[in-house]
Design a protein around this ligand. Sequence first.
Ligand code: GLP
Length: 284
Amino acid sequence: MCPLETAVSPNTLNYNFIKQMKVIIRPDSASASVWTARYIAKRINEKAAVSSKPFVIGLCTGSTPIETYAELIRMVKAGEVSFKNVISFNMDEYVGLPESHPESYHSFMHKYLFDHIDEPAENIHILNGNAPDPEKECADYEKAIVEAGGFDLFLGGIGEDGHIAFNEPFSSLESRTRVVTLTQDTREVNSRFFDNDFNKVPKQAMSVGVATVLSAKEVIIMAYGSKKARAIRDAVEGPMSHYCTVSALQAHPAGFIVCDENAVGELKVNSYRYFKAVEAAENL
Ligand code: GLP
């Protein structure tokens, strides 16, 4: 039996048994995404079985979560999970991009998830990148997360430099939701969504902070493809550093990094073998 199942007593959800970063390695992004979606659904169902409180989840955008969202949609349609008592907070949004722009994270989330599941509209939270008072918008977001009960689980991807949400290199590992200035690298990478025109990519974004993500009881970070391999090496084997903000996950008691084989291509052979052994021993 999965140790996650054995650790959950009928009346309480116990996260304390996870005490180290786990790296889940699957052959490809499709199987890694199915693992992730089923893990999330399992957690939603476990909480629903013991509590009427909503399940609070942090969500991300990018090409990485698309297959996970597709599997969650399938599971909702098949009656295997419901988002009726789920409250979500997205991790980031561009500043100054109209919500209706096809590349806004509002548009993305509706297209790839919210339009296909049963999460009530009032439970969906996405930062307003056009808020007249951005500082207030960010402070209110942090407040709303606390009022919702705090994150049960945060789902994220990473940038090629290891940024989590839009916490670019040199973001404080103690950071909270705020306006951030994007790096040239991130804008170049994201220009593929803006007609390959770097100048069309917004210069700023609103983003939850590293500490906001780490405030979750569990964090799952997905990384697929060899272009993420350097960031995964730095996050897993490097020192915890503001230069690779996902490395802060090392200090979290329940952090998962879910990868395909290509994304772990830069790990040392011994690290790879160790994480595979943990997976096998704990039947993850
Ligand atoms: C942007 C987002 C991140 C995301 C990253 C990677 O920078 N702010 O949250 O993780 O893109 O995107 P992709 O999944 O397309 O590689």
